[in-house]
Write a protein that binds this ligand. Sequence first.
Ligand code: SF4
Length: 172
Amino acid sequence: MMWLALLCLGVGLVLVAWGRRLHRATGLPAGRIVGHDVAGLEGTPSSPLLVAPRLGLSGRPDYVIRVEQALVPVEIKPRRRASRPYESDVMQLMAYCLLLEETTGVAPPYGTLVYAGARWHVPYTPDARRAVFRAVQEARAALRASYVPRSHTHPARCRACQVREVCGEALA
Ligand code: SF4
């Protein structure tokens, strides 16, 4: 029976090592996955929708990882290639950090952003928190306003925009 116990132990160790390798390959930070928003991923609970009624903010990160006492959001953009994170992606990630802080009472130390071939741990700082608050306020004001000026000068962004047909500010 000893050989059977040793065999089970060996298989268990191989599976653990393989799981860790897979975990690293996805770009996820080390830690236990406590939720995800990824279709077809078995064995891990789906992330609940995070809601902060006080802020009028809600969202669901691709993954939520437990790192020590905190929950860390992870956003994955598998087809995006860039040498540094897009500002809009960072803002989305910081909004998830704020939502996790509001719903758990513990501020994540950072959020993780994964592109094709690159990964960043973006610190969740008081400045980042303030930036999310500001963005929420600006979005609310924009919703109330009848005219919202274009906030960029990138024609490519307009070409990919879903409301281009009805937008009076679209760039060629
Ligand atoms: S088409 Fe209009 S809404 Fe869309 S990105 Fe361009 S300016 Fe913004």
